[in-house]
Design a protein around this ligand. Sequence first.
Ligand SMILES: Cc1cc2nc3c(=O)[nH]c(=O)nc-3n(C[C@H](O)[C@H](O)[C@H](O)COP(=O)(O)OP(=O)(O)OC[C@H]3O[C@@H](n4cnc5c(N)ncnc54)[C@H](O)[C@@H]3O)c2cc1C
Length: 474
Amino acid sequence: MNSFLDKIQTLVGPEGLLIEGNIEGSTQRATDGWGAQECLAPAIIRPANTAELSEVMKLCHESGQKVVTHGGCTNMTRGCAAGEDELVISLERMTTIEAIDTTNRTMIVQAGVPLQVVQENADANDLFFALDLGARGTATIGGNIATNAGGNQVIRYGMTREQVLGLEVVLADGRILSSMNQMLKNNAGYDLKHLFIGSEGTLGIITRAVLRLRPKMPVCTSALVATDQFSNMAKLLNHMEKSLGGKLSAFETMWQSYYAIACRTKPMSNHMSSHTSNDMGKPPLPDNHPLYILIEATGAHQESDSEQFLQALDTALSESLITDAVLAESGQQQQAMWAIRDNIPALMSYQPMVLFDISLPISEMESYLEEMQKNLSAISNNLFVGILGHLGDGNLHVAVQLNEDSTARKEAVEHAVYAPLQNRGGSISGEHGIGLEKKPYLHFSRNKTEIDVMRQLKQLFDPKRILNCDKVID
Ligand SMILES: Cc1cc2nc3c(=O)[nH]c(=O)nc-3n(C[C@H](O)[C@H](O)[C@H](O)COP(=O)(O)OP(=O)(O)OC[C@H]3O[C@@H](n4cnc5c(N)ncnc54)[C@H](O)[C@@H]3O)c2cc1C
């Protein structure tokens, strides 16, 4: 390994290579959003640009050296876990915003730029990048693209895939596939970028991207509301979408079990989220309602937007779709509401636990949750179950306490959650992806032909299986 690393060092220079022991703790980094998995790789390669990475991959390909790509390592699927025989490729030095074009509303970035930096730069140019998630301060745009991240605004703008116009990718053999399209429309043959979006680093390493920006909506109206039944929540979603005429930008749901713990727990002081508030203070609504929804609308006209929003809430109240509501009257109050929604790390106190990221048609959700809860009670009747999610996208995050640190318990809980998805057309992953964590259950959501074609694609792009080996599919 040492002579191989010497060759790498000549390609990337001393700053481009961290070897175990040469900088204290340098290779001992966490590899997922929980910070739980350690990196066992003996070295971290940190190329400064695409050309360097291309040379590194040529060398790795020649020698069959396996690599694992790291963005911000905020994934929830052990997607960045690296073994002792693997090397990490980290995009942490590729953090340049190369161009912002306000006429075409595009931004060209290197893949290591943190999501929040993309958002802030769009904002400074009176534009808007339509992806947002709790780990925005640490997650990178390359990682967002590799996972086709969802987040809080999918209901209005779609997933990451919808925000990407072009990509540059270094392939397993070191070739640079440049597909830096800048147009909304381009049907000249296959649109190759889509193969890499959501492929979790198994088909290529994303190095640069052309991002689609949107006009900035200066007015943002938010409210936290409570309701007593799931069916009312589903009706409320339709009501708000219709009443707000396309302005609904978030419809984030929290079940009481999650809301109560998120309000009570001070957010961990980490660098992930800009919504994190150190003082949770008094919750915006008392924590004894069965269901909570954070509703947000964005538009261009302060007075008429607020009026429309209030009118919609008023109707919802009078039709008993909601039982309580509080309107955010300042940016600070908006942040406080989002801090509760984003306080997923509060669930850490229930470790060992599993955080699921399922999706299914909204019409199936209530019966699904009943069946899931029944399955879980059959395992043990006092497991904590915290539920929150992006209801408008049919995507729920379900945190289940294991109460017992054993593989058998974890597998029993996974089956309890995944099995009822199968006959409801659900998916084991709405947005977090598969990584290592969900690989054994891929067949719950994808049929044999789909998995066969995935394997054929992997064989085509990475015949030596050196990229994120054994992640997503075997
Ligand atoms: C508090 C919190 C809230 C979250 N909320 C959401 C949410 O609402 N929606 C959501 O979708 N996710 C969410 N996540 C999960 C996570 O933030 C996303 O999956 C994010 O897109 C990962 O970005 P990253 O840079 O951290 O990628 P990493 O974790 O570094 O990597 C993720 C995967 O992509 C691969 N990869 C990384 N960079 C590249 C690259 N340049 N080229 C090729 N492959 C690459 C990695 O090998 C790995 O398989 C949340 C996480 C946390 C901790």
